[in-house]
Design a binder for this molecule. Structure first.
Ligand code: OSB
Ligand code: MG
Length: 373
């Protein structure tokens, strides 16, 4: 398929609720969308780089620069057979996984449409099991101004049917939170995400978490670290999960080899896309690592592709793929809704991503658009 044209959009949508993590608040969600055109088909991808460089060094603005000046010119006019080719085409750009992942997602969507299969079917084709039809999900709740609001939000989401709750922590907002939540909800399946806010000097705090029967503790130490996580792991009984520091299949291999984690949160965007995410899945599955699909406050475009990844057989834990109405109302696609009876979301079955973009809504939230031909 000759890559005939690519559109790049910058959009900005208000979040229904400000999302606060240890690296700060997000009120407006800026992100980019890419559309690859070929043979009358259009493949869509979302770039989830955030407004600020708190989660990673990439921002929506650096991603615009890398996409428009390097990645898009490198693939325009090329003959795309399979999305796996992109890794070679992009090798000349160091880093910038979130920018690369947008085009990777669009290439998977486009080639799945060409093949007349869903993104999930195409991604799951190497596995005898095939894709799951619905995937287990949980919800990620940002840091709230008061403990009462935290408890209220947990209650609200449990009532909606979410079977797993993730809470954000930061120094000074940790042990008391875990203690209070466990006391209020003795049976709750919950976990904590520190987004790299601690150091090995805080082992006493992290060890105190062992009391509260957490599903896991996510990325307590450095955002690029696996070495110190491997030092921490034998000192706590809570299962240790890595997010930020696994940016490639190689880093997943290294983490497994030095026993730095029990669990990996695979965000396809953080590892440059779905091809690499599937490799991380295979490495983790082979090593008996717990796996789940992480989120970055995606719109319906990104959610559809997260669901496709989560349909692979090695995912053992609920993903951060909550219903889109939690973040955007209306969204730029039809909403994804929770199956409240089993805390799942259905994997789209239509060709490619299986979602339709509301172009009028997109025009309403768009701040910038460039077409490359
Ligand atoms: O660390 O998992 C994270 C959102 C933005 C940046 C980092 C993270 C998150 C989330 C939200 O936890 C997950 C979601 O519901 O999309
Ligand atoms: Mg995280």
């Amino acid at each position: 398929m000759k890559i005939e044209a690519i559109d790049l959009y910058a959009i900005s949508q208000p979040l229904i609720r400000t999302f606060v993590t240890s690296f700060g608040p997000q009120r407006e969600r800026d992100c980019l969308l890419v559309a690859i055109h070929s043979e009358g088909l259009t493949g869509w991808g979302e770039c989830v780089a955030t407004n600020d460089p708190g989660y990673s060094y990439e921002t929506a603005k650096t991603a615009w620069h890398i996409l428009s000046d390097f990645l898009i010119p490198a693939i325009l006019g090329e003959d795309l057979q399979e999305a796996e080719q992109l890794a070679d085409w992009f090798r000349f750009v160091r880093g910038h996984p979130l920018a690369k992942a947008a085009l990777d997602q669009a290439a998977w969507d486009l080639t799945a449409q060409r093949d007349g299969v869903s993104f999930a079917q195409k991604l799951a084709s190497p596995y005898a099991e095939g894709p799951r039809s619905r995937v287990k999900v949980g919800v990620s709740i940002g840091i709230q101004p008061t403990m009462d609001e935290t408890l209220y939000l947990i209650q609200e989401h449990v009532e909606k049917g979410y079977g797993r709750i993730k809470l954000k922590i930061k120094p000074g907002h940790d042990i008391e939170l875990a203690r209070t939540v466990r006391a209020a909800f003795p049976e709750l399946v919950f976990m904590l995400d520190a987004n790299s806010a601690y150091t090995l000097n805080d082992v006493a705090v992290l060890r105190a978490m062992d009391e509260y029967d957490l599903l896991m503790l996510e990325q307590p130490l450095g955002y690029d670290d696996i070495f110190e996580h491997s030092k921490l792991r034998p000192q706590i009984t809570t299962p240790l999960c890595l997010d930020e520091s696994i940016k490639s299949a190689d880093q997943a291999r290294f983490a497994v080899e030095i026993e730095a984690c029990d669990i990996i949160n695979i965000k396809p965007t953080r590892v440059s896309g779905w091809t690499e995410a599937r490799l991380v899945h295979d490495i983790g599955r082979e090593a008996g690592i717990g796996l789940w699909v992480g989120g970055m406050l995606e719109t319906g475009v990104g959610r559809a592709a997260q669901l496709a990844l989560a349909s692979l057989p090695g995912f053992t834990l609920p993903g951060d793929i909550s219903a889109t109405e939690r973040y955007y109302d209306p969204d730029i696609t039809a909403p994804f809704v929770l199956n409240s009876e089993d805390s799942t979301i259905d994997v789209p079955t239509g060709p490619g991503l299986g979602v339709e973009i509301d172009m009028a809504r997109l025009a309403g939230v768009m701040s910038r658009r460039t077409s490359f031909t």
